[in-house]
Design a protein around this ligand. Structure first.
Ligand code: MF3
Ligand code: CO
Length: 254
């Protein structure tokens, strides 16, 4: 694979495989979303996800990754990311972020979205809206000739203009034959930010995590679950995109 500053640049064939991997992730997220309603347990979504992986003939990417025990992350309310599916019952007014990854022919798919459970408060619904919008603002900057910081800045500006907080502890990433490749894709412009010109063939998982009240994170005793320090609500949206001559191509679409 061609490289630019240590970053793998994918050709059209490789982008085709990444597109298939990510299309499957998107299809699974869509089918999981249809089952989310008050009264279901998050472990039910995990079982469904595993069944769907078998149906689409892909391997779940997260299970076993640095010891992560499940195929899905199901993060409810103040949980930001990396929460275990469990016997927890979703109740009316919750918001739940589902993060899913698969491996297809050696290539990774990775995508996430936050779903409302039944009717939610206007504040929760605005948080979800702003987080998803910030992802699309970031994606719009993923064009040849721009800099990686343009993606980060677009996300940060939209989040902060709306009075919310960008979680800085977790970042997006390059993706390909590994789940996490170079470069890191922060959802803010770091103080020590370097310039990285965006090139055709870069494939990035862009994934803003946004909270209502703080950017401070706490990790629970299970060593994985990340929650907001003030226990305020948090949302997470992630798309895997390819940078092409014609602009950003969202791969994680059903
Ligand atoms: N989308 C997340 C990431 O890219 C999910 C990783 S879950 C893990 O980091 F279990 F694999 F760590
Ligand atoms: Co990711």
């Amino acid at each position: 694979m061609r490289k630019f500053r240590g970053i793998f640049l994918k050709n059209d064939y490789e982008i085709g495989l990444l597109r298939e991997a990510n299309r499957i992730v998107a299809q699974i997220l869509l089918e999981l979303g249809e089952r989310i309603k008050p009264g279901i347990k998050t472990i039910f979504l995990e079982r469904l996800a595993i069944e769907l992986c078998q149906k689409f003939d892909v391997k779940p990417a997260f299970k076993g990754y640095h010891g992560y025990p499940y195929a899905l992350c199901c993060s409810v309310n103040e949980q930001i990311v990396h929460s275990f599916p469990s016997e927890r019952i979703l109740t009316e007014g919750d918001i739940v972020s589902i993060d899913m990854g698969v491996i297809y022919k050696g290539f990774y798919g990775d995508s996430a979205r936050t779903y409302p459970v039944g009717t939610i408060t206007p504040e929760a619904s605005r948080l979800i809206e702003v987080t998803e919008e910030s992802l699309y603002k970031g994606i719009a900057e993923a064009v040849v000739g721009n800099d990686l910081n343009d993606i980060s800045r677009a996300i940060q500006t939209h989040v902060e203009d709306n009075g919310y907080f960008v979680i800085k502890r977790f970042v997006g990433h390059g993706i390909g034959t590994k789940l996490h490749e170079k470069p890191e894709v922060p959802n803010f412009v770091p103080k020590t930010a370097q310039r990285l010109p965006l090139k055709k063939g870069m494939v990035l998982a862009i994934e803003p995590m946004v909270a209502v009240g703080t950017d401070q994170v706490e990790i629970l005793a299970d060593k994985w679950t990340a929650v907001t320090k003030d226990r305020s609500l948090s949302a997470h949206f992630e798309h895997t995109i390819a940078i092409t001559k014609q602009g950003p191509l969202i791969l994680s679409k059903p």
